[in-house]
Design a protein around this ligand. Structure first.
Ligand code: MN
Length: 352
């Protein structure tokens, strides 16, 4: 009988999905580019220490991994209850429950294994420069570029939602970039309290900075304190703004409004979910999406488009002592990876 090292979910140092850890002590940003450093070898999921030397993420033309996770533990842009800085490590710990076995995940509904052979890596965390906002944003963008070079699918775990702006800047070369944002809030405010880089403004800053950002589709909107100017500006730019109520009325009709055939960056603010399912977030709004609705929206987005990157933001583990918020986030990421892997295989098969 084969025994895997660190079989139980709570054993060993926590990394995302128990993937090998690539970050140096300072994280990918702190690690200076090592000229001519050897490529990190593809390695199966394991909790053993990685053998890749620091700085290996920077050189390869072809990504070494299928999926790379980057923690972005920055929540200085939150206007209400802080705690998203703790999300990367909380998701690491919770995702031990979804450590990928060598044969993949057995899907009981489809009666098949999923994510079989996917090479995952934990690329460490960005080091926030605390109150030096622009320095922090630069570090996030630089780290995201490096993670893009490392893996076919970069997955970023925030942090508050402000991090989506510097993350998106790392996709400035992607033609016809489309953002699918699952969120209770629009996050398109120009400025509030003389602040332009808070977690209510990331997509306003992104469309200003990125000529290649064609459009944004937001699903899950609700609440009674929205910014009218922001909604007018987003509508004027042709963004699709879809309420949580619309999802309740007809998920199928909402799916038809998602982009098709686009290069999509998926940004999941966990407050899109109903706070009864995910209470651990800064600004919860009642009447949110169910987990199943959110998962189906993610599935439809991935099936219809080419996914270039994913972020998950606004998870504040300290606001949910039960721990179920980070477990749900880890579960969503595991399903997202499986959906992406299926879509990638289908696309490879079609190219034949
Ligand atoms: Mn948001």
């Amino acid at each position: 009988m084969r025994v895997r090292h660190a079989e139980l979910s709570f054993t060993g140092p926590a990394t995302f999905f128990k993937a090998p850890y690539l970050g140096s002590a300072a994280g990918p940003v702190g690690a200076a580019p090592a000229a001519g450093a050897a490529e990190a070898p593809p390695s199966p999921p394991t909790s053993l220490p990685p053998e890749a030397p620091e700085g290996t993420v920077l050189t390869g033309a072809r990504p070494t991994y299928d999926v790379a996770f980057l923690g972005v533990p920055y929540d200085f842009a939150v206007g209400f209850r802080p705690g998203a800085r703790f999300a990367p490590n909380a998701v690491r710990a919770a995702s031990g429950r979804y450590a990928l076995p060598p044969q993949g995940f057995y899907d009981l509904e489809a009666d098949r294994y999923r994510l079989t052979g996917a090479r995952l890596v934990d690329a460490g965390d960005v080091d926030p420069a605390q109150l030096e906002t622009h320095e922090t944003l630069e570090r996030i963008t630089a780290a995201a570029r490096r993670v893009r070079a490392l893996a076919r699918l970069p997955v970023f775990v925030g942090g508050d939602h402000s991090v989506s702006f510097p993350l998106l800047r790392a996709f400035d070369d992607v033609e016809g970039l489309h953002v699918v944002q699952l969120d209770a809030h629009l996050d398109f405010t120009d400025a509030r309290n003389a602040t332009r880089y808070a977690n209510s403004s990331p997509f306003r800053r992104a469309v200003e900075a990125l000529p290649n950002l064609a459009s944004v589709t937001v699903v899950g909107l609700r609440g009674v304190r929205a910014d009218a100017e922001a909604f007018a500006a987003a509508r004027a730019r042709g963004h699709a703004l879809i309420s949580a109520r619309s999802v309740r009325e007809s998920l199928a009709a909402v799916v038809e409004r998602l982009p098709r055939g686009a290069n999509v960056y998926l940004s999941v603010d966990v407050d899109a979910l109903d706070p009864a399912e995910l209470p651990g977030t800064s600004s919860p709004e009642p009447e949110g999406l169910s987990y199943g609705q959110l998962r189906d929206l993610v599935a439809a987005t991935i099936e219809r488009n080419r996914l270039v990157g994913v972020d998950l933001t606004e998870l504040a583990p300290n606001l949910d002592p039960s721990g179920r918020s980070e477990l749900l986030a880890a579960r969503l990421l595991a399903e997202t990876l499986a959906l992406w892997w299926d879509a990638r295989e289908a696309a490879d098969g079609a190219r034949g």
